[in-house]
Design a protein around this ligand. Structure first.
Ligand SMILES: [Cu+2]
Length: 155
């Protein structure tokens, strides 16, 4: 029996490598549209990419804002409104976008240090237990992706 043990030990890493790790759920393209007014919340957007197994987004935390909520915008009788979301499904191998006009984050009291640095770290809590740390670019009011950097040098 003892002679077979090294063979077994050798075989298991190979077996794992052959199977490969399942593709994890991940998040990218995170950005925050900073509110022009400190009293009103800023909005956050990102894209979630489902891995080989479906999961759900249960919440978002950050050290750089007082409070973060997940919301969904909707139009009812011509009026735009929004409701808080407790959980957002991220099905396997799918893409779920938080984008202007739809699902979004609301961030109250974005930290001044984060604003001057131009980015803030968000922690995404998944139902499968994963915590994903993602840097979100902070876009100041009036700035657009195409804006010339020079225009915002001395705000
Ligand atoms: Cu909202």
């Amino acid at each position: 029996m003892r002679a077979f043990l090294p063979l077994i030990a050798l075989a298991s890493p190979l077996a794992l490598a052959a199977c490969g790790d399942p593709a994890p759920t991940y998040i990218d393209q995170a950005w925050v549209r900073l509110s022009p007014n400190k009293e009103t919340p800023s909005a956050g957007y990102f894209v979630a990419h489902g891995g080989d197994a479906g999961t759900a987004l249960r919440g978002v935390l950050t050290d750089y804002a007082l409070k973060v909520e997940m919301h969904e915008s909707m139009s009812e009788n011509g009026m735009m409104s929004m409701k808080p979301l407790d959980s957002v499904d991220i099905p396997a191998k799918s893409t779920v976008a938080f984008a202007p006009g739809g699902k979004h984050l609301m961030l109250w009291g974005v930290n001044d240090t984060a604003i001057s640095r131009g980015k803030m770290t968000l922690t995404f809590l998944l139902a499968n237990g994963d915590r994903l740390l993602v840097d979100a670019i902070i876009q100041k009011p009036g700035a657009s992706a195409a804006a010339k950097p020079d225009e915002h040098k001395d705000h």
